[in-house]
Design a protein around this ligand. Structure first.
Ligand code: CS2
Length: 510
């Protein structure tokens, strides 16, 4: 029996030595770690990939210039939880063994030095971006954090935070505003440029970020836009690791194993793929450790593949499963109709659009993905993935629809995914349980749907038309009558017979 009291001992530098031997911990002199990276959006996703891979690099090389200053864009929760732990936290990687029993490995990550809260002190964020030691500014701010129009990738200039940041350079609210005003300070005092590394699920995320930063900077000061364009780099990257929101059950289980309370652990799957273009203007950590990142010349093909093969099916499943009242991805995968629908969707309609990506075994990728989604040791809530559909659908599903249409190929199962999204927007599941629609464009959709009826086949067509004519999401597919009819056809089956029947019918298509 262990002799400590897990209720009172807190994870921190003082408790590291007492952790069980099977818990990995930083293999470097943490007191010597200097900040070299500012990371905007220090949520679970970052703390489950970039921060632990930075930890690996620090341990392997002893080059301690790459500590991370995290920035929370809104809530102080992460800072408040990590402060008493000197920013140490646990990464838990979970899956099941051959018998279906859960297994878990724990490691304590030390690469995060401190967390700033942008809403409390935006000046501190600007000062950190403009600090001489800062060499990389990275981001995981989610799709909507880019304040851009999903269909075109253009800056959403009417966004209240962007509008504010265009006139106020001292208290920025948006990630783009923070970057541009921070870079302006660097240029003004003659500091070297930095690399801006997006790790979000966006197509060509580096190029997209560059476009937005230059557009914003150009509106403020064309000379600054020229300086950024000439000196800073924006490598594209692709990150793939499933990281659900941490629950109280996770915290309790991890505390029991550590023998110390960690208020802010992260939980993910063992699988990780992080691919980055090696274009860093001011150095970078040796992230290419075994089990870490891979540097490539062009990341866009990997990103394209991942958005379509991983995130597309994820969203498709999430809308249908949440509408059916299924809480987690693995529960949804245990449903034969949904499992087989997803399999058919990937095999018949998504994978054929990706033949040109070199050296990829699409069938193996599909099988691996179905196993990853079935990971019952990692409860990933379908509602979490269903969030922000307006920002996700274009790169996850609509590009694939476009390619299938152009090739004159069927896209019925993709259309069911869109019908699933429309069904989900009703705001209640098949058991009548209501849920909020979390999406920056929720009001726009609700207003469009409120104007049409609900309950007949004709209503289904009108509802599909109301949504699919919305150009900021659907781009050149907006108003496409062929797509509207196809989506409405599935919507009718969903309304009359439910999710399982609709998924079952979509498996049998050929
Ligand atoms: C998910 C992703 O929440 C979502 O929308 O589809 O976060 C997904 O888990 C990751 O991209 C997997 O790499």
């Amino acid at each position: 029996m262990k002799s400590f009291n897990a209720e009172t001992r807190r994870l921190g530098p003082g408790s590291l030595a007492q952790l069980p031997v099977d818990v990995e911990r930083p293999g470097y002199e943490r007191a010597q770690l200097r900040p070299g990276i500012v990371h905007l959006g220090i949520g679970a996703f970052h703390r489950a990939h970039q921060a632990p891979v930075t930890d690996m690099a620090l341990s392997a090389t002893g080059d301690l210039r790459w500590g991370i200053i995290g920035v929370s864009l809104r809530s102080p929760d992460t800072r408040d939880a990590l402060l008493p732990q000197d920013s140490l936290y646990t990464l838990s990687l979970r899956d099941t063994d051959g018998s279906g029993a859960a297994r878990e490995t724990l490691s304590v990550v030390g690469s995060v030095l401190r967390v700033l809260v942008a809403t409390e002190d935006p000046g501190a964020v600007l000062a950190q971006i403009a600090h001489p030691d800062t060499r990389i500014v990275s981001l995981t701010v989610t799709e909507k954090g880019y304040c851009h129009e999903p269909a075109t990738g253009r800056l959403h200039r009417d966004d209240p935070d962007i509008a504010h940041d265009l006139v106020d350079s001292d208290t920025p609210r948006s990630a783009i505003g923070m970057l541009v005003h921070g870079l302006a300070r660097r240029r003004d005092v003659g500091l070297p440029p930095v690399t801006l590394l997006s790790c979000d699920n966006l197509p060509s995320n580096g190029d997209t970020l560059r476009g937005l930063v230059l557009e914003f900077a150009g509106l403020r000061d064309p000379g600054l836009a020229e300086w950024i364009a000439a000196h800073c780099t924006f490598p594209n990257s692709m990150v793939d690791r499933i990281v659900p929101r941490t629950t109280d059950a996770d915290r309790q289980r991890i505390a029991a194993r550590l023998g110390a309370v960690d208020a802010w652990p992260v939980v993910g799957e063992p699988f990780l793929e992080w691919i980055i273009e090696d274009r860093f203007v001011n150095g970078r950590p040796a992230w290419d450790q075994p089990g870490g990142a891979r540097f490539v010349e062009h990341a866009a093909p990997f990103e394209h593949l991942k958005l379509r093969m991983v995130n597309g099916p994820h969203s498709a499943l999430a809308y249908l499963a949440a509408s059916a009242g299924l809480d987690t991805v693995s529960q949804a995968m245990a449903n034969p109709a949904l499992h087989d629908y997803l399999d058919a969707l990937i095999r018949e309609e998504i994978a054929p659009t990706l033949q040109s990506v070199p050296g990829v075994d699409l069938a193996a990728l599909r099988k691996r993905l179905l196993t990853r989604f079935s990971n019952a040791a990692l409860p990933h809530r379908t509602q979490q993935i269903a969030m922000d559909g307006s920002q996700k659908l274009p790169q996850r599903l609509l590009g694939t629809v476009r390619d299938r249409m152009r090739a004159g190929a069927g896209y019925q199962r993709l259309a069911l995914a869109l019908a699933g999204w429309m069904h989900y927007l009703r705001g209640h599941d098949e058991q009548g349980k209501t849920y909020p629609i979390q999406d920056p464009l929720a009001e726009a959709f609700q207003a469009r749907l409120a104007a049409v009826g609900q309950g007949s086949d004709i209503d289904d067509i009108q509802r599909a038309r109301a949504l699919i004519s919305y150009a900021p999401v659907f781009g050149d597919l907006a108003g496409c009558e062929e797509l509207i009819i196809e989506v409405a056809r599935h919507a009718t089956v969903l309304r009359q017979q439910g999710v399982r029947a609709a998924a079952g019918a979509a498996v049998r298509l050929f």
